[in-house]
Design a protein around this ligand. Structure first.
Ligand code: FE2
Length: 136
């Protein structure tokens, strides 16, 4: 069973970002599956790196649209992206240094909540503003 599922409640009403969020959910699930299957540190490390890379790409895409359309809450949103990126980089650093031998359920739940809270919270706030400016 996947750790999490994308559903309409997670929709931000913008096709590209929904697609990117779905991919992030898929990547968290892929990592979870690999953890469950007891895959080695190298495999897990690579999946985690991929998730982080794609997160950066996604955040940059959202930020580009916000800047382009002069979104008034851009600064706060960008600050949340930066904080989230830092948190996940900390997880990566701990994992790489061997401080965490395994990606625990705690880490998996952290990633899941990190994504859901961000999407349901601050992401959904840009929907009306961007929709009104033709971003759908
Ligand atoms: Fe965001």
């Amino acid at each position: 069973m996947p750790l999490m599922e994308w559903n309409e409640r997670l929709s931000v009403g913008i096709q590209q970002f929904d697609a990117e969020h779905k991919r992030l959910v898929g990547m968290v699930n892929e990592l979870f599956d690999a953890v469950q299957a007891g895959r080695g540190k190298d495999v897990l490390g690579k999946i985690l790196d991929g998730l982080i890379d794609y997160t950066k790409t996604h955040f940059a895409n959202e930020e580009r649209y916000m800047v382009q359309h002069a979104y008034p809450d851009y600064k706060a949103h960008k600050a949340e992206h930066d904080a989230l990126a830092k948190q996940v980089l900390d997880v990566q650093a701990k994992y790489r240094s061997g401080a965490t031998a395994a990606l625990s359920m705690e880490v998996m739940n952290f990633l899941k909540n990190w994504l859901v809270k961000h999407i349901m919270g601050i992401d959904k706030k840009y929907t009306p503003y961007l929709n009104q400016r033709g971003v759908k």
